[in-house]
Design a protein around this ligand. Structure first.
Ligand code: GDP
Ligand code: IMO
Ligand code: MG
Length: 425
């Protein structure tokens, strides 16, 4: 029987711990496939006392026998990609034999990065807080039908196409006040393009189809999170791709009927890095305590993450948009030692209470909280304390979705898989 594609994605504003969970469940799959985003992502894996941060390469690379595919929906910066490969080489992992790249994936040029920076600088106070990896300009060229794709490096006229796109970008720079030097980056980028030729490019939609027909299951690894989705996130403070489950269909070339489980990853609280609305954000000692305990500093940029309580209307929204079938709650250990833990159950806007995420999140939105009792130390080898179980039950009740995975530490081993029969209603 044909196998299915399970989708694993972020249900908040990114950095939920997707990389860790992919690494934990990867042995259950034949293929791990990234479907969108690019080096704006930073997925952290920790095991055997070592930490690895992946940006473009799927998080299945440390599991033997698993194929890793960079799908057509991903945007690739060859320089960053090679840096990742080198870091993996140094860690003793040669990714080449089991890593495939879709010919349809778009390339990030040095000029895309420069345009990203010029646009952000010009925006001033209104800036998105982009990771400045060139993500927005690259997806703009993709939808504007100007982009360069991985498959183009196999064409004899690649350099002509590259120069034509750069010439367009040079004209575009004139609309920005802030000018960014990029020429010094060109030689390294062109060298990286040459080096990319040693990797296997595939027509990944056909390759995936064949895998599924042979009964080999696939896990689609999302980047960013639902509230950063270009359509359903807190626009314009979003990224430039569809981070939601539908993005796995377009980002890999698979039909919706082939999707199996949709695993929504969320933290036991919320974080956001970059600008934009964040209803439950804390500007007090509790927020600082979460940032310290959770080491909430960006994996890609090192920026401090904004921290706040769990937002249930936002989580319900993510469950709805993605068709989440099971949840994974991360970083439960970060809240250890708190007497009470708050969860936002609805919002109050100008005196009116609503329990749905609105089109626009106004500055004067007030979260309505319920306080739940906290817990002490957590240990993956011991049953969860009753208060942690009650917290999870509360979330399951509010979302209607079982929490199958509970993560109690950054290490691969600090992960609890709950019995689905016991948690599903
Ligand atoms: P991703 O982008 O969704 O893969 O998440 P990131 O790797 O950017 O951020 C998650 C951070 O939390 C990383 O530093 C992880 O090592 C860490 N982490 C993941 N799960 C847990 C957990 O259960 N507890 C703690 N304390 N840290 C965790
Ligand atoms: P992972 O996969 C958290 C945020 C940026 C910024 C906005 C747009 O590690 O969860 P972009 O560079 O895409 O133009 O930035 O999106 N952002 C992320 N925040 N985790 C990520 O990825 C992110 N990727 C982008 O901070 O607010
Ligand atoms: Mg991250």
């Amino acid at each position: 029987m044909a196998a299915k594609v399970d989708v694993l994605l972020g249900a908040q504003w990114g950095d939920e711990g997707k990389g860790k969970v992919v690494d934990v469940v990867a042995p259950e799959y034949a293929v791990i496939a990234r479907f969108q985003g690019g080096p704006n992502a930073g997925h952290t894996l920790i095991f055997d006392g070592k930490k690895h941060v992946l940006h473009t390469i799927p998080s299945g690379v440390f599991r033997k026998g698993v194929w890793n595919l960079v799908g057509n929906g991903v945007v690739i910066d060859p320089v960053i990609f090679l840096r990742e490969v080198k870091a993996l080489d140094e860690a003793g992992v040669d990714v080449r034999p089991r890593l495939l790249i879709s010919r349809r994936a778009h390339l990030i040029l040095p000029t895309h990065r420069a345009l990203d920076e010029a646009s952000e600088t010009d925006k001033g106070k209104e800036k998105i807080g982009s990771t400045l990896k060139g993500i927005g300009p690259t997806y703009m060229d993709k939808t504007g039908r100007n982009g360069l794709r991985m498959g183009d490096i196999e064409r004899p006229d690649f350099m002509d196409r590259y120069k034509a796109l750069v010439a367009k970008h040079e004209r575009l720079f004139s609309i920005y006040d802030h000018q960014v030097e990029w020429r010094s980056k060109e030689a390294e980028w062109l060298e990286a393009i040459e080096a990319l030729r040693q990797f296997t490019l595939v027509d990944s939609e056909h390759w995936l189809d064949e895998q599924l027909r042979q009964g080999n299951s696939v896990l689609a690894e999302g980047a960013q999170g639902t509230l950063l989705d270009i359509d359903f996130g807190t626009y314009p403070f979003v990224t430039s791709s569809n981070t939601i489950s539908a993005g796995a269909c377009t980002g890999l070339g698979i039909g919706p009927s082939r999707i199996g489980k949709v695993i929504g990853i969320f933290k036991a609280y919320c974080t956001r890095v970059g600008s934009g609305p964040f209803p439950t954000e804390l500007h007090d000692a509790a927020g600082d305590a979460i940032r310290e305990a959770g080491k909430e500093f960006g994996s890609t940029t090192g920026r401090p993450r904004r921290c706040g309580w769990l937002d249930l209307p936002a989580l319900r929204y993510a469950v709805m948009i993605n068709g989440v079938t099971e949840l994974a709650m991360m970083k439960a250990d970060v809240l250890s030692g708190m007497d009470t833990i708050r969860v936002c159950t609805s919002y109050r806007i100008q005196g009116k209470e609503i329990d749905q995420l609105p089109y626009q999140i106004p500055d004067d939105l007030e979260p309505v909280y319920t306080d739940l009792p906290g817990w002490g130390e957590l240990d993956a080898n011991k049953p969860l304390p009753a208060t942690a179980e009650a917290y999870i039950a509360y979330i399951e009740q509010a979302t209607g979705i079982p929490v199958r995975i509970v993560s109690v530490g950054p290490d691969r081993s600090a992960t609890m898989i709950r019995d689905m029969a016991a948690v599903s209603r």
